[in-house]
Design a protein around this ligand. Structure first.
Ligand code: PMV
Length: 328
Protein backbone atom coordinates (compact mmCIF):
# COMPACT_ATOMS: atom_id res chain seq x y z
CA UNK A 1 0.00 0.00 0.00
CA UNK A 2 1.24 3.48 -0.87
CA UNK A 3 1.65 5.71 2.20
CA UNK A 4 1.00 9.44 2.23
CA UNK A 5 3.26 10.49 5.08
CA UNK A 6 6.01 8.74 7.04
CA UNK A 7 8.04 10.05 10.00
CA UNK A 8 11.24 8.46 11.30
CA UNK A 9 13.72 9.20 14.07
CA UNK A 10 17.45 8.45 14.11
CA UNK A 11 20.05 9.27 16.73
CA UNK A 12 23.48 10.65 16.11
CA UNK A 13 26.61 8.63 16.86
CA UNK A 14 30.19 9.33 17.89
CA UNK A 15 32.94 7.10 16.56
CA UNK A 16 35.30 5.51 19.06
CA UNK A 17 37.34 4.05 16.20
CA UNK A 18 37.12 6.68 13.50
CA UNK A 19 36.24 6.58 9.84
CA UNK A 20 38.82 8.78 8.14
CA UNK A 21 39.34 8.45 4.39
CA UNK A 22 37.41 7.07 1.43
CA UNK A 23 38.55 4.51 -1.10
CA UNK A 24 35.58 5.42 -3.33
CA UNK A 25 34.22 8.96 -3.09
CA UNK A 26 31.08 8.27 -5.17
CA UNK A 27 29.85 5.23 -3.24
CA UNK A 28 31.28 6.47 0.09
CA UNK A 29 33.40 3.39 0.65
CA UNK A 30 35.79 3.81 3.58
CA UNK A 31 39.48 2.92 3.79
CA UNK A 32 38.93 1.40 7.24
CA UNK A 33 36.18 -0.05 9.39
CA UNK A 34 34.90 2.15 12.22
CA UNK A 35 32.96 1.66 15.45
CA UNK A 36 30.67 4.10 17.25
CA UNK A 37 28.34 4.70 20.16
CA UNK A 38 24.82 5.91 19.34
CA UNK A 39 23.65 8.75 21.62
CA UNK A 40 20.10 9.16 22.89
CA UNK A 41 20.34 12.90 23.55
CA UNK A 42 20.82 14.01 19.93
CA UNK A 43 18.51 12.98 17.10
CA UNK A 44 16.73 14.00 13.92
CA UNK A 45 13.01 13.53 13.17
CA UNK A 46 12.17 13.52 9.48
CA UNK A 47 8.79 13.42 7.75
CA UNK A 48 8.53 12.52 4.07
CA UNK A 49 5.45 12.76 1.83
CA UNK A 50 4.75 12.67 -1.90
CA UNK A 51 4.10 15.96 -3.70
CA UNK A 52 3.02 16.99 -7.20
CA UNK A 53 5.61 18.26 -9.66
CA UNK A 54 9.04 16.91 -10.39
CA UNK A 55 11.14 18.76 -7.79
CA UNK A 56 11.87 17.43 -4.32
CA UNK A 57 11.50 20.08 -1.60
CA UNK A 58 13.51 20.17 1.62
CA UNK A 59 12.70 22.02 4.86
CA UNK A 60 15.15 21.93 7.77
CA UNK A 61 13.87 23.14 11.15
CA UNK A 62 10.97 24.84 9.34
CA UNK A 63 13.14 26.69 6.80
CA UNK A 64 13.09 25.83 3.08
CA UNK A 65 16.65 24.97 2.08
CA UNK A 66 18.60 26.50 -0.81
CA UNK A 67 18.94 24.67 -4.10
CA UNK A 68 22.42 23.35 -3.27
CA UNK A 69 21.08 21.46 -0.22
CA UNK A 70 18.02 20.25 -2.15
CA UNK A 71 20.27 18.81 -4.89
CA UNK A 72 22.13 16.74 -2.27
CA UNK A 73 18.88 15.46 -0.77
CA UNK A 74 17.38 14.77 -4.23
CA UNK A 75 20.40 12.70 -5.21
CA UNK A 76 19.86 10.65 -2.07
CA UNK A 77 16.08 10.26 -2.66
CA UNK A 78 16.90 9.09 -6.18
CA UNK A 79 18.63 6.00 -4.73
CA UNK A 80 15.25 4.95 -3.30
CA UNK A 81 13.18 6.09 -6.29
CA UNK A 82 15.21 3.93 -8.69
CA UNK A 83 14.41 0.85 -6.54
CA UNK A 84 10.66 1.54 -6.54
CA UNK A 85 7.82 1.67 -9.05
CA UNK A 86 6.81 5.00 -7.45
CA UNK A 87 8.52 7.92 -9.15
CA UNK A 88 6.90 10.91 -7.37
CA UNK A 89 8.71 13.92 -5.97
CA UNK A 90 9.10 14.09 -2.19
CA UNK A 91 8.67 16.77 0.45
CA UNK A 92 11.24 16.33 3.23
CA UNK A 93 10.66 18.06 6.57
CA UNK A 94 13.50 17.54 9.05
CA UNK A 95 13.94 18.70 12.62
CA UNK A 96 17.30 18.38 14.29
CA UNK A 97 17.18 17.84 18.04
CA UNK A 98 20.81 18.60 18.50
CA UNK A 99 21.25 21.60 20.79
CA UNK A 100 22.87 24.24 18.58
CA UNK A 101 25.45 24.70 21.31
CA UNK A 102 26.55 21.06 21.11
CA UNK A 103 28.59 21.57 17.98
CA UNK A 104 27.85 18.05 16.81
CA UNK A 105 27.51 17.21 13.15
CA UNK A 106 23.93 16.21 12.43
CA UNK A 107 24.53 14.54 9.06
CA UNK A 108 24.64 11.08 10.66
CA UNK A 109 21.21 11.29 12.28
CA UNK A 110 19.85 13.31 9.33
CA UNK A 111 20.57 10.74 6.62
CA UNK A 112 19.72 7.79 8.86
CA UNK A 113 16.29 9.32 9.66
CA UNK A 114 15.66 10.28 6.03
CA UNK A 115 16.68 6.83 4.76
CA UNK A 116 14.51 5.06 7.34
CA UNK A 117 11.50 7.19 6.34
CA UNK A 118 12.10 6.78 2.58
CA UNK A 119 12.46 3.00 2.92
CA UNK A 120 8.86 2.95 4.18
CA UNK A 121 7.45 5.67 1.91
CA UNK A 122 8.68 3.88 -1.22
CA UNK A 123 7.53 0.54 0.29
CA UNK A 124 10.98 -0.99 -0.19
CA UNK A 125 11.04 -2.84 3.14
CA UNK A 126 14.80 -3.27 3.07
CA UNK A 127 16.31 -4.86 6.16
CA UNK A 128 18.46 -2.58 8.34
CA UNK A 129 21.75 -3.89 7.02
CA UNK A 130 20.79 -3.20 3.40
CA UNK A 131 19.28 0.14 4.38
CA UNK A 132 22.62 1.10 5.95
CA UNK A 133 24.31 0.69 2.52
CA UNK A 134 21.84 3.25 1.10
CA UNK A 135 22.20 5.63 4.04
CA UNK A 136 26.00 5.39 3.66
CA UNK A 137 25.69 7.19 0.33
CA UNK A 138 24.22 10.25 2.07
CA UNK A 139 26.96 10.51 4.70
CA UNK A 140 29.48 7.88 5.76
CA UNK A 141 28.91 8.27 9.49
CA UNK A 142 25.13 7.91 8.95
CA UNK A 143 25.72 4.22 8.11
CA UNK A 144 26.22 3.59 11.83
CA UNK A 145 23.15 5.57 12.99
CA UNK A 146 20.82 2.85 11.70
CA UNK A 147 21.55 0.94 14.91
CA UNK A 148 21.71 1.82 18.59
CA UNK A 149 24.46 0.90 21.06
CA UNK A 150 27.95 0.05 19.83
CA UNK A 151 27.89 -0.22 16.04
CA UNK A 152 30.54 -1.28 13.57
CA UNK A 153 30.61 -0.02 9.98
CA UNK A 154 32.40 -2.83 8.22
CA UNK A 155 34.44 -1.40 5.36
CA UNK A 156 33.80 -4.36 3.04
CA UNK A 157 35.97 -5.39 0.12
CA UNK A 158 33.57 -5.27 -2.85
CA UNK A 159 33.82 -2.40 -5.34
CA UNK A 160 30.02 -2.02 -5.54
CA UNK A 161 29.70 -1.32 -1.79
CA UNK A 162 27.28 -4.20 -1.18
CA UNK A 163 29.32 -5.42 1.81
CA UNK A 164 30.07 -1.99 3.30
CA UNK A 165 27.35 -1.88 5.93
CA UNK A 166 26.63 -1.45 9.65
CA UNK A 167 26.23 -4.22 12.19
CA UNK A 168 25.23 -3.93 15.83
CA UNK A 169 28.10 -5.05 18.05
CA UNK A 170 26.50 -4.62 21.48
CA UNK A 171 23.60 -2.80 23.17
CA UNK A 172 26.05 -0.83 25.35
CA UNK A 173 23.72 -1.36 28.30
CA UNK A 174 26.55 -1.69 30.80
CA UNK A 175 26.83 1.71 32.47
CA UNK A 176 28.07 3.70 29.45
CA UNK A 177 27.56 7.44 28.85
CA UNK A 178 29.11 10.18 26.75
CA UNK A 179 29.73 13.82 27.54
CA UNK A 180 30.04 16.61 25.00
CA UNK A 181 32.05 19.72 25.80
CA UNK A 182 31.32 22.36 23.17
CA UNK A 183 34.49 24.35 22.47
CA UNK A 184 33.45 26.25 19.37
CA UNK A 185 30.19 25.64 17.55
CA UNK A 186 30.85 27.70 14.43
CA UNK A 187 30.59 25.88 11.09
CA UNK A 188 33.99 24.37 10.47
CA UNK A 189 36.27 25.74 7.76
CA UNK A 190 37.39 22.36 6.45
CA UNK A 191 34.58 19.85 6.02
CA UNK A 192 35.22 16.23 6.94
CA UNK A 193 34.96 15.40 3.24
CA UNK A 194 37.73 17.88 2.31
CA UNK A 195 39.83 16.98 5.33
CA UNK A 196 39.72 13.27 4.52
CA UNK A 197 40.61 13.85 0.88
CA UNK A 198 43.61 16.02 1.71
CA UNK A 199 44.83 13.52 4.30
CA UNK A 200 44.47 10.47 2.04
CA UNK A 201 46.19 12.22 -0.85
CA UNK A 202 49.06 13.95 0.94
CA UNK A 203 49.74 12.70 4.48
CA UNK A 204 52.67 10.26 4.77
CA UNK A 205 51.10 9.15 8.07
CA UNK A 206 47.96 7.92 6.31
CA UNK A 207 49.06 4.34 5.51
CA UNK A 208 49.99 3.93 9.19
CA UNK A 209 46.52 5.17 10.16
CA UNK A 210 44.82 2.51 8.04
CA UNK A 211 46.97 -0.21 9.57
CA UNK A 212 46.41 1.06 13.13
CA UNK A 213 42.66 1.46 12.68
CA UNK A 214 42.47 -2.19 11.60
CA UNK A 215 44.22 -3.28 14.79
CA UNK A 216 42.22 -0.88 16.99
CA UNK A 217 38.88 -2.16 15.77
CA UNK A 218 39.77 -5.75 16.64
CA UNK A 219 40.99 -4.70 20.08
CA UNK A 220 37.94 -2.54 20.88
CA UNK A 221 35.52 -5.33 19.93
CA UNK A 222 37.40 -7.54 22.37
CA UNK A 223 37.10 -4.83 25.07
CA UNK A 224 33.35 -4.53 24.40
CA UNK A 225 32.96 -8.27 24.53
CA UNK A 226 34.72 -8.31 27.93
CA UNK A 227 32.83 -5.19 29.11
CA UNK A 228 36.25 -3.79 29.91
CA UNK A 229 35.62 -0.05 30.21
CA UNK A 230 39.26 0.94 30.78
CA UNK A 231 40.46 -0.85 27.64
CA UNK A 232 37.54 0.63 25.69
CA UNK A 233 38.42 4.14 26.87
CA UNK A 234 42.14 3.81 26.23
CA UNK A 235 41.58 2.54 22.70
CA UNK A 236 39.04 5.30 22.01
CA UNK A 237 41.39 8.05 23.15
CA UNK A 238 44.41 6.67 21.31
CA UNK A 239 42.52 6.12 18.06
CA UNK A 240 41.08 9.63 17.97
CA UNK A 241 44.49 11.17 18.55
CA UNK A 242 46.03 9.04 15.78
CA UNK A 243 43.37 10.34 13.38
CA UNK A 244 44.15 13.94 14.31
CA UNK A 245 47.86 13.17 13.91
CA UNK A 246 47.38 12.25 10.24
CA UNK A 247 46.15 15.81 9.56
CA UNK A 248 49.35 17.40 10.84
CA UNK A 249 51.19 15.36 8.21
CA UNK A 250 49.00 16.59 5.35
CA UNK A 251 50.15 19.12 2.74
CA UNK A 252 49.19 21.77 3.61
CA UNK A 253 48.99 20.69 7.25
CA UNK A 254 45.73 21.41 9.06
CA UNK A 255 44.15 20.89 12.45
CA UNK A 256 40.70 21.28 14.00
CA UNK A 257 42.14 22.04 17.43
CA UNK A 258 41.74 25.32 19.24
CA UNK A 259 43.54 26.56 22.37
CA UNK A 260 40.55 25.67 24.53
CA UNK A 261 40.52 22.13 23.09
CA UNK A 262 43.97 21.55 24.57
CA UNK A 263 42.85 22.89 27.97
CA UNK A 264 39.81 20.60 27.99
CA UNK A 265 41.90 17.54 27.09
CA UNK A 266 44.36 18.41 29.84
CA UNK A 267 41.54 18.77 32.40
CA UNK A 268 40.13 15.38 31.43
CA UNK A 269 43.53 13.80 31.97
CA UNK A 270 43.65 15.46 35.41
CA UNK A 271 40.21 14.15 36.33
CA UNK A 272 41.33 10.70 35.25
CA UNK A 273 44.45 11.17 37.38
CA UNK A 274 42.12 11.66 40.37
CA UNK A 275 40.83 8.15 39.81
CA UNK A 276 37.68 8.81 37.76
CA UNK A 277 37.90 6.86 34.50
CA UNK A 278 37.10 9.09 31.49
CA UNK A 279 38.56 9.23 28.00
CA UNK A 280 38.29 11.82 25.23
CA UNK A 281 37.77 11.77 21.51
CA UNK A 282 37.28 14.46 18.85
CA UNK A 283 35.84 14.52 15.35
CA UNK A 284 36.42 16.96 12.52
CA UNK A 285 36.03 19.95 14.82
CA UNK A 286 37.37 21.44 18.06
CA UNK A 287 34.67 20.01 20.36
CA UNK A 288 35.50 17.27 22.83
CA UNK A 289 33.50 14.14 23.63
CA UNK A 290 34.24 12.02 26.66
CA UNK A 291 33.29 8.41 27.17
CA UNK A 292 32.65 7.54 30.79
CA UNK A 293 30.70 5.23 33.07
CA UNK A 294 27.09 6.42 33.35
CA UNK A 295 27.17 6.51 37.15
CA UNK A 296 30.17 8.89 37.02
CA UNK A 297 28.73 11.25 34.38
CA UNK A 298 27.22 13.81 36.81
CA UNK A 299 30.41 14.03 38.83
CA UNK A 300 32.58 14.56 35.72
CA UNK A 301 30.12 17.13 34.33
CA UNK A 302 30.30 19.06 37.60
CA UNK A 303 34.10 19.18 37.50
CA UNK A 304 34.14 20.23 33.83
CA UNK A 305 31.44 22.89 34.33
CA UNK A 306 33.48 24.34 37.21
CA UNK A 307 36.55 24.60 34.98
CA UNK A 308 34.70 25.72 31.83
CA UNK A 309 31.58 27.62 32.97
CA UNK A 310 30.97 29.08 29.49
CA UNK A 311 31.05 25.68 27.78
CA UNK A 312 28.38 23.67 29.56
CA UNK A 313 28.92 19.92 29.28
CA UNK A 314 26.00 17.88 27.95
CA UNK A 315 25.45 14.31 29.20
CA UNK A 316 24.09 11.68 26.87
CA UNK A 317 23.09 8.08 27.41
CA UNK A 318 23.00 5.34 24.78
CA UNK A 319 20.65 5.76 21.83
CA UNK A 320 18.63 3.04 20.11
CA UNK A 321 18.10 1.94 16.50
CA UNK A 322 16.55 4.34 13.98
CA UNK A 323 12.77 3.74 13.93
CA UNK A 324 9.46 4.82 12.44
CA UNK A 325 7.50 7.30 14.55
CA UNK A 326 4.36 7.31 12.38
CA UNK A 327 3.05 5.96 9.09
CA UNK A 328 -0.11 7.36 7.45
O1 PMV B 1 30.59 10.93 7.28
P1 PMV B 1 31.06 12.23 7.78
O2 PMV B 1 31.30 13.22 6.70
O3 PMV B 1 30.18 12.76 8.88
O4 PMV B 1 32.54 12.02 8.42
C1 PMV B 1 32.76 11.56 9.71
C2 PMV B 1 34.19 11.75 10.12
C3 PMV B 1 34.46 11.67 11.61
O5 PMV B 1 33.41 12.22 12.35
C4 PMV B 1 35.72 12.48 11.89
C5 PMV B 1 34.75 10.25 12.06
C6 PMV B 1 33.58 9.33 12.20
O6 PMV B 1 33.81 8.12 12.07
O7 PMV B 1 32.44 9.76 12.47
Amino acid sequence: MKHSRVTARAHTNIALIKYWGKRDTTLFLPMNSSLSLTLDEFYTDTTVSFIDGDQDVFFLNGVEQPLEECVKISKFIELFRTQSSIKSAVLVESHNHVPTAAGLASSASAFAALGTALNELFVLRMDKQTLSTFVRQGSGSATRSIYGGFVEWQMGIETDGSDSYAIKVDDADWNIAMLTIPVNTRKKEISSREGMKLTVETSPFYPAWVEQAGQDIKAIKQAINNQDFIALGELTEANGMKMHGTMLGANPPFSYWEPLTVKVLQRIREIRGQGIPCYYTMDAGPNVKVICQADKADEIKKLLDQSFPDNTTIISGVGKDAYLLSVE
